[in-house]
Design a protein around this ligand. Structure first.
Ligand SMILES: C[S@@+](CC[C@H](N)C(=O)[O-])C[C@H]1O[C@@H](n2cnc3c(N)ncnc32)[C@H](O)[C@@H]1O
Ligand code: SF4
Length: 400
């Protein structure tokens, strides 16, 4: 099946909240990488021998059929191949998985089909194959426009190779995005401003700009604990965040989420399904899902270890190790946690319907008085620019 999108949906139209229909997406996890980056705690594994992709296709198809049995009648708005490194998949493998999605659900005519790719020249050689398989949006992990920093991040590409991959992707896919990580060890505000301004000239319709997080049990965490890696302090991190907002907004890519920037209308529809607390089926090792069944919304997660996941799917027809109903309270908490990341904010009435409890006006008023949240006359609550760096504690206050 080839899904056509020649232009971003409603390109140029402002993002409108859609509480009545937050959407249904499918996430496919490809858990392999050529090497493990020292900052990364995603479910990614390095294998010395070739991956049996046909065996994975069969298992992914079995999982898709399993999730579809619990979600009859849904229409898929987006498919996302994430990793790990999905650009290590053969295009035929991607095609087979897209076909399996379409065999289990109906798919919107202009569904968004994204694949995450690493920007090496070898992977760029597969881009045409992914496009022919039905991928219409490519998300590239550029990470830095500085060769020394790319090396320090353990990346297998340099700046020139990444820029070439961005150029090739833009010539093949109707929609592209790339990721950068900032607040890197030793990074000054001046250096980041220059790097981001350069990135803006390369950017198409969408950019993900992540602040470096020191994740537990990564090599970076060990170095940081040993005092061998210094990251920006709170003040500098705040200045870098502010510079990011200013430069991206000035270049026509305002933030629509904490770390995601897009031209109006070019937001990632897949990620909007998560943040608007829609439904998504997650398949593959370590994938998460949220499905609404007649018994209520369920939180799902699969076995993380790739070969154990394969074995389980082959014997049980699914790789789930968690499939738990969410209480109304948990749904309310998750809804706030996801929705307040978005510039469009959350709808108070939907929170109350999901959680069965009212939001405490006193908490909203206190946060509004400090300039961290704002509420409009239709009951939408948003975290302001000043509040964004404090998002976690704001969510905790509102959820209390
Ligand atoms: C699934 S990951 C990587 C996809 C792809 N394998 C790659 O490396 O380009 C998606 C994105 O998360 C971001 N990321 C991963 N670890 C991070 C960390 N510790 N701090 C901030 N961003 C991180 C990177 O920008 C990365 O591109
Ligand atoms: S950052 Fe990407 S390439 Fe590096 S280990 Fe994580 S998933 Fe793999």
């Amino acid at each position: 099946m080839t899904i056509e999108t020649s232009a971003p949906p409603e390109a140029g139209a402002p993002l409108r909240p859609n509480d009545a229909d937050p959407g249904f997406g499918v996430y496919v996890h490809w858990p392999f990488c050529l090497a493990k980056c020292p900052y990364c705690d995603f479910n990614s594994h390095v294998r010395a021998t070739p991956i049996d992709e046909e065996r994975f296709v069969a298992a992914l198809s079995a999982e898709l059929a399993h999730r579809a049995a619990a979600t009859p009648g849904r229409t898929v708005r987006s498919i996302f191949f994430g990793g790990g490194t999905p650009s290590l998949m053969r295009p035929q493998t991607v095609q087979s998985v897209i076909d399996a999605v379409a065999a289990n659900w109906s798919v919107e005519a202009d569904a968004e089909v994204t694949l995450e790719a690493n920007p090496t020249s070898v992977e760029a050689g597969r881009f045409r194959g992914y496009r022919a398989a039905g991928v219409n949006r490519l998300s590239l992990g550029v990470q830095a426009l500085d060769d020394a920093d790319l090396k320090a991040l353990g990346r297998r590409h340099d700046v020139a190779e990444a820029i070439e991959a961005v150029r090739i992707a833009a010539s093949i896919f109707p929609r592209t995005s790339f990721d950068l990580i900032y607040a890197r060890p030793g990074q000054s505000e001046k250096a980041w401003r220059a790097e981001l301004s350069r990135a803006m000239k390369l950017a198409g319709e969408h950019l993900s700009l992540y602040q470096l997080t020191i994740e537990p049990e990564t090599i970076f965490e060990g170095l940081w604990r040993a005092g061998k890696l210094t990251i920006p302090d709170e003040e500098l991190a705040r200045a870098l965040f502010d510079a990011t907002q200013e430069i991206a907004e000035g270049a026509g890519l305002p933030a629509y989420e904490v770390s995601n920037h897009a031209r109006p209308g070019a937001e990632s529809r897949h990620n909007l399904v998560y943040w608007r607390y829609g439904e998504y089926a997650g398949v593959g090792p370590g994938a998460h899902g949220r499905l609404v069944t007649p018994e209520g919304r369920r939180a799902q997660a699969t076995e993380k270890h790739p070969e154990m996941w394969l074995t389980q799917v082959e014997s049980e027809g699914h790789g789930l190790v968690e499939n738990a109903p969410l209480t109304a309270e948990e749904q309310g908490d998750e809804f706030l946690l996801m929705g307040l990341r978005l510039r469009e904010g959350v709808d108070r009435a939907r929170f109350e319907a999901l959680s069965g409890r009212p939001l405490q006006q006193r908490h909203i008023d206190d946060l509004a008085a400090e300039g961290f949240v704002e509420e409009d006359d239709r009951g939408r609550i948003r975290v302001t620019h000043a509040g964004m760096p404090l998002l976690d504690s704001i969510v905790a206050d509102l959820a209390a």
